[in-house]
Design a protein around this ligand. Structure first.
Ligand SMILES: [Cu+2]
Length: 121
């Protein structure tokens, strides 16, 4: 009788720890979707037809690097004539150094819906 009870308790404990593991696994899988994850500091990923993060904040004098993770070609083009990457294929990178504080809006010249902003402090 007691042995059976212990086994039952053990089964319950194992089931509970399994479901806990499952919960954390599910959470991890959710946090890591089909994207390439969070870009490193001062980097923007061009992915799934958008700039990630869409707003990036850096200090004056720092360089921002964009990487195209899409198979579609994109550009990183400032709204004012300041920088223009030209056509970027898959895995292409583009870097620009921002010497002066300000807010710089940019877009992809191929896809008007793709916009981003660099805030330089
Ligand atoms: Cu584009």
């Amino acid at each position: 009788m007691n042995a059976k009870k212990e086994i039952r308790m053990a089964i319950i404990a194992i089931t509970m720890s399994f479901s806990l593991m499952f919960t954390s696994c599910t959470k991890d899988a959710y946090v890591t979707p089909k994207t390439s994850g969070t870009p490193p500091a001062n980097e923007v990923f061009i992915e799934s037809m958008s700039f990630t993060p869409s707003i990036i904040t850096v200090s004056a004098g720092q360089t921002v690097t964009w990487t195209n993770k899409d198979n579609t070609a994109h550009t990183v083009t400032s709204n004012t004539p300041m920088f223009d990457s030209g056509s970027m294929g898959n895995s292409a990178t583009f870097s620009f150094t921002f010497p002066t504080a300000g807010t710089y809006n940019y877009h992809c010249s191929f896809h008007s819906g793709m916009t981003g902003q660099v805030v330089v402090q």
